[in-house]
Write a protein that binds this ligand. Structure first.
Ligand code: R5P
Length: 280
């Protein structure tokens, strides 16, 4: 088996090759002066099983993934498994207002056409898996973050909104800590309001767990309440850390921020490679 990494995942690709015993296939990957992409795979993959790993975020990474999939197809690979650690556009999995489109389907379809199997990691909603039109599964990155959080022995796990309840409830059980679910109202793309009955957190380490941190508004709003209630330490944990715009500044209220390597960055503290390797 060959592992081919797109530009979003050089390190994770190498880690996966080590975990699975697969060969790593290098790629020439560049942009022309006008911004158009160019890719060339550097090993003979004809008749071989190939795993390609790349996010669909930001937008230009989608083009890169489609070019890689075409190149692998042209080269005559026996099978192609596409691993998408962070699937951008998964939050628009349905039409919320007339005139919109199902963006997740628009992105997933062409990827599925050149894949025999797709793996996502902690995708925002499993509803998007059907859009690939080929066998697709979601790999749960929760076990990895829970494993990492055990070192902090949190006294409370906080779900920042209803959508995070199920994930946080599993984590709370594993961490042997109670669960508290906040009530979140989104005012606009960057602003949320969090409300909740007060819970006793005085002197405790509390972890707020979400699937995605984007602008940081959701986490910051919960963290401010928890600090106000006397928590000694507030940790913000997620699988996918986008940290866009001034997220780092907004999250200064948190004592620590941890995210996985589905999006590699300064807050990456744990890897989802073992979970992906097990699924492969
Ligand atoms: C929303 O449904 C997600 O689970 C996250 O809570 C959201 O994407 C976080 O966004 P932000 O960091 O911008 O508040």
């Amino acid at each position: 088996m060959f592992i081919i990494s797109g530009s979003t995942h050089q390190r994770l690709g190498v880690a996966l090759a080590q975990e699975t015993g697969a060969e790593f296939c290098g790629v020439v990957n560049k942009a022309y002066p006008d911004g158009e992409r160019y890719v060339r795979i550097l090993r003979q993959v004809s008749g071989r099983d190939v795993v390609v790993i790349q996010n669909t975020f930001p937008d230009e990474k989608i083009v890169e993934l489609l070019l890689l999939l075409e190149a692998i197809h042209e080269a005559g690979a026996a099978s192609v498994t596409t691993v998408i650690p962070y699937m951008g556009y998964a939050r628009q999995e349905r039409i919320f207002q007339e005139g919109e489109t199902i963006s997740a389907r628009a992105v997933a379809r062409p990827i599925g056409m050149r894949s025999d199997r797709v793996l996502t990691v902690s995708v925002h909603t499993p509803d998007v898996l059907d859009f690939f039109g080929c066998p697709a599964e979601d790999v749960d990155g929760l076990r990895e973050v829970v494993h990492y959080l055990k070192g902090f022995t949190p006294g409370l796990v906080v779900a920042p909104d209803e959508g995070a309840r199920e994930r946080c409830s599993i984590a709370a059980k594993e961490l042997k800590a109670p669960l508290h679910v906040m009530s979140k109202t989104r005012l606009d793309d960057r602003t949320v309001e969090t409300d909740s009955g007060r819970v006793s957190v005085k002197g405790q380490t509390v972890v707020i767990l979400d699937d995605i941190i984007s602008t940081g508004g959701t986490i910051a709003s919960s963290a401010l309440l928890l600090k106000d209630w006397g928590a000694s330490q507030v940790l913000a944990a997620c699988t996918h850390g986008l940290f866009i715009e001034d997220a780092a500044n907004r999250l200064r209220v948190c004592d620590d921020i941890l995210s996985s390597d589905t999006l590699e960055g300064v807050y990456t503290r744990y890897s989802v490679a073992p979970a992906i390797a097990a699924a492969l």
